[in-house]
Write a protein that binds this ligand. Sequence first.
Ligand code: MTE
Ligand code: MO
Length: 229
Amino acid sequence: MSTPLPPGQRLRPDFPRFGLLQFARRFPHELSRCDVRIHGDVEHEVVVPDVFDGLPRVEQVSDFHCVTTWSRQSLRWGGVRFGDFYEKVIVPQARPRPGARFVIIRGQDGARTSLLLDDLLAPGVLLADTLDSQALSVEHGAPLRLVVPGHYGYKSVKHLSRIELCCDDSRFRPSAFRFMDHPRARVALEERGRWVPGWLLRALYRPLVKPTIAYFAKTMDAYRNGKAS
Ligand SMILES: Nc1nc2c(c(=O)[nH]1)N[C@H]1C(S)=C(S)[C@@H](COP(=O)(O)O)O[C@H]1N2
Ligand SMILES: [Mo]
């Protein structure tokens, strides 16, 4: 449910398409299927053709907080809990090695982030395929995205394609500069990035919000008009 705004965040009435500029012109090649590859420190690498198969569907209302300081309240996501997918699909099929508690998540556009397995297993973390009871749009992550409400938006990877379980972080290369990628990025603790304090990143990021939204909207229009490269 909606909670008071976390430190340094400002409310937006809309829900803009957003991300690092390098992903604005990249779109998923596969829009209907939800193939997800599970690999890394596992006994069996597997490709799961349908992450929803046999798992209970849930709907959840949660707030969304971008690290650049904009927030949107009360988004209604539908999908399956990551915890259910982990217990009922990843563990029996892929058999993660003991100690594989660090997870790299990748999207079809090449975006990637990392999360601690414990953070992914928290209640409220979803593999979502609907928003407001409609199939996810390309803007918001079709055909499948991660939703991690307690963490900054960059952990909620859109167009989800791969889940890599790791015993350490040696194979992880962040999408952005390393200082911009906090290993946990908990919103309540203002873990916006590493080494640089949250209040300073607020000030650095805030001027980027408007031009980034405009650029993501423009590239989305070009894609819709069939002009995307
Ligand atoms: N694949 C992918 N996932 C992504 C991004 C992206 O560019 N590509 N941007 C991240 C960032 S910084 C934010 S704030 C949210 C934005 O989600 P939205 O575009 O649905 O608003 O997606 C996150 N997940
Ligand atoms: Mo973001």
